[in-house]
Design a protein around this ligand. Sequence first.
Ligand SMILES: Cc1cc2nc3c(=O)[nH]c(=O)nc-3n(C[C@H](O)[C@H](O)[C@H](O)COP(=O)(O)OP(=O)(O)OC[C@H]3O[C@@H](n4cnc5c(N)ncnc54)[C@H](O)[C@@H]3O)c2cc1C
Length: 392
Amino acid sequence: MTQYDVIILGAGAAGLMSAIEAGKRGRSVLVIDHAKKIGEKIRISGGGRCNFTNIHTHANKFISKNPNFVKSALSQYTADDFVDLVKKHKIAFHEKKLGQLFCDDSAQQIIDMLLLECEKAKVTILKDTKITNVGMQEKQYFVEYNLKKYFCHSLIVATGGLSIPKIGASKFGYDLAEQFGMNIIEPLPALVPLTFTEKLLNMCKELSGLSVEAAVSFKKTLFEEGMLFTHRGLSGPSILQISSYWILGEKIKINLAPKANIFSLLQNAKANYPTQDIQSSVSEILPKRLAQMICKEQGVSGHICELSNKVLQQLSDSINAWTVNPTGSEGYRTAEVTLGGVDTNEISSKTMMSLKYPGLFFIGEVMDVTGHLGGYNFQWAWSSGYVAGQYA
Ligand SMILES: Cc1cc2nc3c(=O)[nH]c(=O)nc-3n(C[C@H](O)[C@H](O)[C@H](O)COP(=O)(O)OP(=O)(O)OC[C@H]3O[C@@H](n4cnc5c(N)ncnc54)[C@H](O)[C@@H]3O)c2cc1C
């Protein structure tokens, strides 16, 4: 068969969802992926348990040059809709925190569910297939592989972003959009650990494995979640979240004890326990290793009564308002998502179809839509995939 109603490029979360929906409408659907295994990113997601959606899904959890773009798709297919599908397949799940829904067992259940739905909708899936050309001919789109052309009325591009190249990420979708003269918002790694100069890196190495609840901010954006010291720099949810907003060359602010006013606690300690060692005072608020490290870095030691308020203020600032200057990020090797992508100003928010090229759709991460950490990126894949599946 060389003629299909719909050809979908990329069998990830968004591609499979659009295939199911188009197939359910009776369209003949072919999905093509170059990876040897289908759904690898789903399999490794959420630590192997797939944080498949978030019950607090809202447009304000997404970053895009066009912030209203996501609204229509998110309302056409909501987090509840995906939860209903998960329940229909009797997949047990739980809310971990902050509205994040995870499988109790394994992310593989989500892949199996999607593949079963594809089978029911009579979708053909080709894996390990190299696409050599895509174009238009006689008012149809064509996709070439194995030296043969396959034609369709609707072409859905669902090839994702650049994160984790070793499991199949490629810039294919961006190149294809450019081939059709579409604009690309510069892609950048996001939801990614940040790296630092040698001095701070050494401190991170010494504290490697230690985590604290921290409020991490860049300009007016703030996330209060876990932060992790690693042997490569800083990571953990609050750092991953801020990495999507941080701009190279600028500083971020970290409050290592957001629930405590350190200066006032230290003043109290000075008044009530004047002979207490400063490291012990700080260790009552922060993990001991971190407290010792900060006191050492600030050159502060001895009884608390021997320290001036100015010194206590400086020490407090290094805890409540620690300013750090990241040198970069770990890049696409570990980034969970890619910022930027196909400019949404060129796509209908109602259908996901190109405004210039009828029948050409873009869905999922390949577009300039990036969710916060917590299940929002998959919800975008489901919602945009669902919508394209209704119109393709
Ligand atoms: C480690 C990790 C953990 C994550 N955990 C979560 C989580 O728990 N919750 C959450 O919401 N999000 C999570 N994400 C993000 C989420 O996985 C993505 O946002 C989502 O998978 C995007 O779906 P997509 O279908 O647009 O792209 P993808 O899932 O990346 O699918 C794109 C598909 O296109 C194929 N492809 C690429 N190039 C070509 C080509 N040239 N030819 C043919 N096929 C091609 C790829 O092989 C792939 O199968 C995580 C990401 C990573 C990396």
